[in-house]
Design a protein around this ligand. Structure first.
Ligand code: SF4
Length: 503
């Protein structure tokens, strides 16, 4: 149920953990961390600073002073000196307590990220949705490469504007030009009804939601009012990620003020150039940005870009021109910036899509897949729309009329009692003495429906119950192709190839 004045919001384990990160440390310790953080930001973003450090290796404080940094880099050598990296995660790290304190803080932050993924679980309150989301999580670990571990699969994202004024060349979602935003005065009641509809169905999992997508929060001057409502209705202040923190400094400060008050998740500013970093550091003190991760998107930053949206288009253009397609310093098989396994809601268009993250590709250039879409006029219609999307696309078993085949990115190899599938980053070994080999061969051939495949295995002498249970077990691992509508699969599946028969 959605909270009411008599039923206060529930503070979850993730929020308690997050608040604990700040409460367990003294003000002096937080201040120390804030200045180590500022040093790390300059180090990651600014190639000239890295050069200055290299030139002043015996007295790096000189380089730090040139950039107005309080942290003496000599106090944290394991964070930046190649010859000290080997001690970063060993007992010897305690020789540099400020660096060790930073790594302890990061470890707690990563733990929080993993807790958010867990927070999206709805096994008790909505098992049907949970079964679907857990399958998408398993698929993502197998399909998304390096991106998989940072994706927390929030169950919902909201757009409070249409398009984006920033126009980043690398935008993984290829955001369109800015068109406009929803006003809180006009939409507050619908907004509260929509959030409540999510809370009623998904309980505290609604706390994983956030309020931007192919939009920038700072394009909506009422953004802080919308997220304040979100906190009061769900118990969590959504994460804010903005590439325009200086556009309306008063708005940004209101967002930071809400963070200080409610502290549920770290915010993020995208830094577009070294000059942008200079301005952000000039506008906000190290202490003010303690709750903000700076995501370095500038040219020589030690970071990577997801191969999706406009970044992917840029790479293709470079390749076509016969040039290197390297667009970032780090290349780590970063496949998508999409993270939601659930609902993408536009409050401007009053529409909701069911989406999942996938690697950017010709078929899914924006790095996410849309299973279905509905529109809504009011909160009741919104609830009905998500119920319908769940009903249609989250069937408890794999529909009998679906083609039964492996995901196209998987390489198949038969085993004596099963099969091995290899993805870009994982190996799946699936075995069953009674029918593992037959299932593997038939799924690899991919020209039967689920019903036909189970019949073929049963005809070869396997018990119907064993065959059906094994089919369910394979489906749950996320290695099978999933279909949004009949239009997505071949209507004429052709004759069954002899090699694909069971037995
Ligand atoms: S990355 Fe974000 S800020 Fe940049 S264009 Fe895309 S939506 Fe806008």
């Amino acid at each position: 149920m959605a909270p009411s004045p008599d039923r206060p919001v529930e503070i979850t384990a993730a929020t308690r953990h997050y608040r604990g990160i700040f409460q367990r440390r003294s003000a002096a310790e937080i201040r120390e961390l804030a200045h180590t953080k500022r040093f790390m930001e300059r180090l990651t973003a600014d190639p000239d600073f890295r050069l200055a450090l290299a030139e002043n290796i015996d007295c790096p404080a000189k380089a730090a002073a040139q950039y107005g940094l309080e942290r003496d880099p000599a106090d944290v050598p394991t964070l930046w000196r190649h010859d000290h990296l080997k001690w970063r995660h060993s007992d010897a790290r305690n020789r540099w307590p400020r660096a060790a304190a930073w790594d302890d803080y990061l470890a707690e932050m990563f733990q929080h990220r993993d807790m958010i993924r867990e927070e999206g679980a709805t096994e008790a309150i909505h098992p049907r949705f949970d079964q679907w989301r857990q399958r998408q999580i398993r698929r993502a670990y197998s399909e998304l490469g390096a991106s998989a571990h940072s994706v927390v699969h929030p169950i919902v994202a909201f757009e409070l504007s249409e398009g984006c004024t920033v126009g980043c060349w690398f935008c993984g979602l290829s955001a369109e030009q800015f068109v406009g935003h929803v006003s809180y005065a006009e939409k507050a009641s619908l907004w509260q009804g929509v959030i409540s509809a999510m809370s009623e169905r998904f309980g505290t999992a609604a706390q994983t939601g956030f309020c931007y997508w192919a939009t920038d929060p700072c394009d909506n001057p009422d953004y802080d009012k919308f997220i304040a409502d979100y906190y009061h209705l769900t118990g969590a202040l959504p994460q804010t990620t903005t590439a325009a923190p200086l556009k309306d400094e008063a708005l940004t400060r209101r967002i930071l003020g809400l963070f200080s008050q409610f502290k549920t998740v770290t915010n993020r500013f995208s830094v577009l150039s070294v000059k942008h970093l200079d301005k952000i550091h000039a506008a906000f003190t190290a202490e003010e940005l303690m709750g903000v991760e700076l995501v370095m998107q500038s040219k020589h930053a030690l970071s990577s870009k997801a191969v999706a949206g406009r970044a992917r288009q840029r790479m293709e253009k470079l390749r076509r021109a016969g040039k290197s397609d390297k667009i970032s310093q780090l290349e780590i098989d970063h496949t998508t910036i999409a993270c939601v396994s659930g609902f993408l809601v536009s409050m401007v268009r009053q529409s909701v899509q069911l989406i999942v993250p996938v690697p950017g590709s010709d078929r899914y250039p924006l790095g996410y897949r849309v299973f279905g879409e509905r529109s809504f006029d009011d909160a009741h219609a919104f609830g009905a729309a998500i119920d319908e999307l769940i009903q249609i696309h989250m069937t408890p078993d794999m529909p009998a009329h679906w083609p039964a085949r492996f995901r196209s990115d998987l390489k198949y190899a038969p085993l004596e009692n099963g099969f091995k599938l290899t993805s870009r980053c994982l190996e799946h070994v699936i075995q069953n003495d009674a029918c593992g080999h037959s299932f593997g061969a038939l799924l690899a051939a991919g020209n039967l429906t689920v019903r036909e495949l189970i019949s073929a295995v049963v005809d070869a002498g396997v018990s119907p119950m064993v065959a059906a249970e094994f089919m369910d077990a394979i489906f749950a691992t996320g290695v099978l192709e999933e279909f949004g509508s009949p239009a997505e699969f071949d209507i004429d599946m052709g004759p069954v190839a002899p090699a694909a028969r069971a037995g």
